[in-house]
Design a protein around this ligand. Structure first.
Ligand SMILES: Nc1ncnc2c1ncn2[C@@H]1O[C@H](COP(=O)(O)OP(=O)(O)OP(=O)(O)O)[C@@H](O)[C@H]1O
Length: 256
């Protein structure tokens, strides 16, 4: 790994103009994720969570403030392969098999895929897809496709990993399993992770800190430290202290 880089947004603002109307997606957002930490972003629909990720990936430009990834601009961080990203809909190319989908970022960054063959095999093992190397996305279940997306996000050995509702389309049971797997994968890679999610329990289970956002304009309303030690056991999901914390976050989220 290139070394976990931190994520720093300082007083970031971003507005969009659509159909003659200005939408203030983010106003004065500051967020710092220390190297190697796991942060979850929770908030109502439209509060600007994905916009933060898009700014951090250099896919959008802030109107004001600064975005730094590992001390670099987001564009430089993305171009150097410091960042990895996995989206909700897995976004796999249907004509590429598992191995070829995982290696896609290498093609984009014009890296020699042959140098990564051991890494690709290791990632396939890490996400539990050994034996499916040559399978096409259409031959995989939703959970397996998301595992491919996670493996793909890790192929450049990124120091910073962005996850935009990676398990949002999965049912509750599979989602829990994937949460447990993601914890294991993150523990092995120790990259800096920023997870966008609508799941309070998912955020509390995985993160060191949960940032709760509010909308119109999008802003960080509260930062909650998660006290549970690691590794976190699946039993945590049924722990009364865990539930109390989730209930407290739900109150903050719903404006309590
Ligand atoms: N390209 C765009 N053009 C116009 N408006 C946009 C654009 N991208 C985002 N927005 C607006 O900015 C606001 C924040 O959007 P964003 O997708 O970041 O929210 P979100 O918190 O990720 O929502 P969700 O949880 O529903 O995915 C919304 O009001 C959205 O309509």
């Amino acid at each position: 790994m290139a070394g976990a880089g931190g994520i720093r947004l300082s007083n970031v603002s971003k507005a969009f103009v659509a159909r003659g109307k200005t939408i203030e997606a983010l106003r004065d957002v500051s967020l710092t994720c220390e190297p190697g930490s796991f942060t979850a972003l929770l908030g109502p629909s439209g509060c600007g969570k994905s916009t933060i990720l898009r700014l951090a990936l250099g896919l959008e430009h802030a109107d004001g403030g600064r975005v730094e990834i590992g001390g670099q601009t987001s564009e430089k961080a993305t171009a150097s392969g410091l960042t990895g990203v996995a989206f909700q809909d897995s976004a796999l190319l249907p004509w590429r098999n598992v191995e070829d989908n995982i290696s896609l970022p290498l093609d984009i960054l014009k890296r020699d895929r042959r140098e990564y063959s051991a890494k690709i095999a290791e990632l396939i093992q890490l996400v539990g897809l050994k034996g499916f190397e040559k399978s096409l996305p259409g031959e995989l279940s939703g959970g397996m496709r998301q595992r491919v997306a996670i493996a793909r996000s890790l192929v450049t050995e990124p120091g910073v990993l962005f996850l935009d509702e990676p398990f949002g389309a999965l049912d509750q049971i599979l989602r829990r399993q994937m949460n447990i797997e993601l914890q294991r994968i993150w523990t092995e890679t120790r990259c800096t992770a920023l997870l966008v999610t609508h799941g309070i329990d998912e955020a509390v289970f995985l993160a060191d800190r949960v940032a709760v956002m509010r909308s119109r304009p999008g802003r960080v309303a509260s930062m909650i430290e998660i006290p549970f030690s690691r590794p976190r056991s699946p039993d945590l999901f049924s722990d009364p202290v865990f539930h109390k914390l989730c209930d407290g976050i739900a109150e903050v989220l719903h404006g309590g």
